[in-house]
Write a protein that binds this ligand. Structure first.
Ligand code: 5GP
Length: 125
């Protein structure tokens, strides 16, 4: 069910539970700003989610309200994960859904990192 990009943060969302350690994940990387783990329903040979540790619903509130340190730490973590996974040379795709028309389902900011095969057109349909 798609969610709004803005609004109160829901501490019960699935990624908040993963961050607290209440739910397991297949971790790829963690630092003080971000956590990266494999998507539970991968749509490419590599499909990793990178999330900030802060309570941000989407790119919309994060880009407006996060500190420069949070934004810098998060963006660097995304790049670090792509490097770690050896995706810079073959290439990779980043995707962040924000709000209902984008089909965002989890109300905690996340970037999808796809790779491991030619990824085809940017948008389906
Ligand atoms: P969105 O549509 O919000 O951009 O993407 C949410 C993503 O989270 C989906 O690709 C979905 O497969 C993934 N996801 C949902 N629940 C879980 C979970 O419990 N664990 C993991 N690892 N991924 C999840």
């Amino acid at each position: 069910m798609p969610v709004e990009a803005l609004g109160d943060y829901d501490d019960g969302n699935v990624f908040a539970r993963i961050l607290r350690g209440d739910l397991p994940c297949k971790q790829v990387y963690a630092d003080e700003w971000a956590l990266a783990f494999h998507d539970i329903a991968p749509q490419a040979p590599v499909h990793v989610l990178v999330i900030p540790r802060g309570r941000w619903r989407s790119w919309a509130d994060f880009s407006a309200g996060a500190t420069d340190a949070e934004i810098g730490g998060y963006v660097r973590a995304v790049g670090h994960v792509a490097r770690m996974l050896g995706l810079e040379t073959p290439g990779y795709r980043l995707l962040a859904n924000a709000g209902t028309e984008a089909g965002q389902e989890v109300p905690h900011l996340h970037v999808h990192l796809f790779g491991g095969k030619p990824l085809g057109p940017m948008l389906a349909g």
